[in-house]
Design a protein around this ligand. Structure first.
Ligand SMILES: *Cc1c(COP(=O)(O)O)cnc(C)c1O
Length: 428
């Protein structure tokens, strides 16, 4: 059998650390070598050996319309002919901002940047500059990009200082981050008491989807808002995944909760590198050049990326878009779950909107420490069984799956047959 991917990966290893430009792509947690993709159309992608897959990774979330959506391709093509970057304001930025702000009551103003990490990093600076405080609360099981102060995990004891999850992060930075478990308001209240008047913001993925899918209760998120208000801290929703995914207005809209700051990424760029952060006018007024909190970007608001984002979000803003996507996802998930129930597998898919995740167990979970790490070898088996049958997912048991609008009922029915067959090969 041909395996051009393996050959290309060997070559890539001589160019890039570990052969990749983002770590999880390297297939380390599932074993084997990463597949090199050469094209995608709708819900399907094709690798360099001409094998086709139904894609549930969707570039890790951005492609909510699937690959090479006609309107994005056409409009980006036209935009390219007019020049790719000016370093001046362009109408493309206004158009995307207007579409977002008119359909999202949770932010008054927005600033475009180039990635999710950059959005979080910038909004964090804003939170600190605005409140004049330096500590932040972050939750175990939430990922916020590779910002120094957020690549941090809890120490072994409760009162221990946190430790960095990467080398190269100064202790002084780590010491300003407080790590707490999700789904527990008491520990948040205690942290506010312990670090009185020092906490700038509480940052959370309102739909934690980077370390499994750890759905939170609305009452919990409301509780965080209450505690932030009580203690003069900002509530910061990192909606890089959930923004334009669970609702046009993200988790803020899905749960109808008003945070102080929101970061976006992934879907907002229509498959191009775009991030953004936004909030109330009073807060955003502190960003340069209106205010004194500096943040800039040579390619920020890039007209090509803005055009792609605009045409993707225009589709998303159509009436019924999210209901339809959610209902197709629910049918797919129920189909798989009914099969697992019948055959007695200790496995189910958990879901919210058009996101799903493989859980090795019967119950949904809400905290990182409830994930059964001992089941990851079983996930790897399942993963390769899925690949063999033409299903592509993010290569780690901690990653969620995404369903795009191009995943029609018939694609999903086909995927369900293959998924069940892969489960059978894994569990029987
Ligand atoms: C993906 C992600 C990020 C980082 O975005 P990049 O574009 O990869 O830098 C930050 N926060 C959340 C919630 C994410 O899902």
């Amino acid at each position: 059998m041909r395996n051009h991917s393996a050959t290309l990966f060997e070559e890539a290893k001589s160019y890039f650390p570990g052969g990749v430009n983002s770590p999880v792509r390297a297939f380390k947690s599932v074993g084997g070598t990463p597949l090199f993709m050469k094209e995608g159309k709708g819900a399907k992608i094709t690798d360099v050996d001409d094998k086709e897959y139904i894609d549930f990774c969707c570039s890790w979330g951005p492609l909510i319309l699937g690959h090479a959506h006609e309107k994005i391709v056409k409009n980006v093509g036209e935009a390219l002919l007019k020049g790719t970057s000016f370093g001046t304001p362009t109408t493309a930025e206004n158009k995307l901002a207007k579409l977002i702000l008119e359909n999202n009551p949770y932010i008054d103003k927005i600033r475009f940047v180039n990635s999710g990490t950059e959005a979080v990093m910038s909004a964090l600076r804003l939170a600190r500059g605005y409140t004049g405080k330096s500590k932040i609360i972050k939750f175990d099981g939430c990922y916020h990009g590779h910002v120094d102060s957020l690549l941090v995990k809890a120490g072994s004891g409760l009162a221990d200082t946190p430790t960095a999850t990467s080398k190269g992060i100064p202790e002084s930075v780590v010491n300003d981050t407080i790590i707490l478990p999700l789904d527990n308001l008491i520990v948040v209240e205690e942290a506010f008491e312990q670090f009185k008047d020092q906490i700038a913001c509480v940052i959370i993925e309102p739909v934690p989807a980077n370390n499994g899918l750890l759905k939170q209760r609305r009452e919990y998120l409301l509780g965080l808002k209450y505690l932030c208000e009580k203690h003069g801290a900002l509530l910061f929703f990192d909606e890089v995944i959930s923004g334009f995914r669970v609702h046009f207005s993200g988790a803020a809209g899905y749960y109808d909760i008003q945070p102080d700051l929101i970061s976006y990424g992934k879907i907002i760029g229509g498959g191009f590198p775009v991030g953004a952060y936004g909030g109330k006018k009073e807060i955003m007024a502190h960003v340069a050049p209106e205010g004194e909190i500096y943040q800039a970007g040579t390619l920020s608001g890039n007209p090509i990326a803005m055009t792609a984002g605009y045409h993707q979000l225009l589709e998303c803003s159509k009436i019924g878009f999210y209901q339809e996507l959610e209902s197709r996802t629910r049918d797919f998930v129920s189909n798989i779950n009914a099969f697992c129930e019948k055959r007695g597998y200790n496995f189910h898919l958990t879901t919210i909107a058009s996101i799903f995740w493989c859980v090795f167990g019967k119950k949904d979970i809400s905290r990182a420490d409830q994930i059964d790490a001992s089941k990851m070898p079983t996930f790897s088996k399942l993963y390769h069984n899925l690949l063999e049958r033409g299903i592509y997912m993010g290569p780690s048991g901690y990653e969620v799956g995404f369903i795009s609008n191009a995943h029609s009922e018939s694609v999903l029915n086909d995927a369900a047959v293959k998924f069940k067959d892969a489960l059978k090969a894994t569990f029987e």
